[in-house]
Ligand binder design. Structure first.
Ligand code: MN3
Length: 224
């Protein structure tokens, strides 16, 4: 009996680990940690349903080509053109969704837990004129993104900081830009990220976002 249970659980473990290659990481803080700027209900729906769906759909897309499970998320996204044609769109959209949300949760933190260091302030001022100007430009990009997408602060290979936005779940990897620049901050401007609390007021959401940015992590990424 014991042997059978062991065999069954090993078999189950093997098949589960073969299928569920990509997993949903837990939030690095509690669901209500970003209140009142980002509400707990939005975080639950956003993480447990939207982010989880991207993970599940990515795993489903790779099911027919299991050797692709061995690749990392960034390898998959950087090599979209080399994937079987029938799964390219699914991997780009869902793999991008997984990557972008993994990144997004990490560059946020409870309000007041981090601040812009003098060194980071200097860097932002050198590149944008002032911290305020940087925020303004970033918010403008958030408002200017038609439909769904993301806004990014990136550092190019020459060390220059830039703000750009991508549609849908695109990012530096899936658009072929990851060798030219790296991301240090992002904001999800899909309606599911803010609609419950801010309705159509994307500008108010983008402004509130500054309260929950993990500046320590932004600075770490910029110095990497
Ligand atoms: Mn989202």
């Amino acid at each position: 009996m014991k042997k059978q249970i062991l065999a069954l659980s090993v078999g189950l473990w093997v098949s589960l680990s073969a299928i569920a290659q990509f997993t949903l990481p837990a939030l690095p803080y509690k669901y209500n940690a970003l209140e009142p700027y980002i509400d707990s209900t939005t975080m639950h729906i956003h993480h447990d349903m939207h982010h989880a769906a991207y993970v599940n759909n990515l795993n489903a897309a790779l099911e027919k080509t299991p050797e692709l499970y061995k690749k990392s998320l960034t390898e998959l996204l950087s090599g979209i053109d080399k994937l079987p044609a029938d799964i390219r769109a699914a991997v780009k959209n869902n793999g991008g969704g997984v990557y972008n949300h993994n990144f997004f949760w990490k560059i946020m933190a409870p309000a007041g837990s981090t601040t812009i260091s003098p060194a980071l302030e200097k860097k932002l001022t050198e590149n944008f004129g002032s911290v305020e100007k940087f925020k303004e430009t970033f918010e403008k990009a958030a408002l200017g993104r038609f439909g769904s997408g993301w806004v990014w602060l990136v550092k190019d290979n020459a060390g220059k900081l830039k703000i750009l936005s991508t549609p849908n779940q695109d990012n530096l990897f899936s658009t072929g830009n990851s060798t030219k620049m790296k991301a240090a901050l992002t904001l999800d401007v899909w309606e599911h990220a803010y609609y419950l609390k801010y309705q159509s007021k994307r500008a108010a959401y983008a402004k509130a976002f500054w309260n929950v940015v993990n500046w320590k992590e932004v600075e770490r990424l910029l110095n990497e």
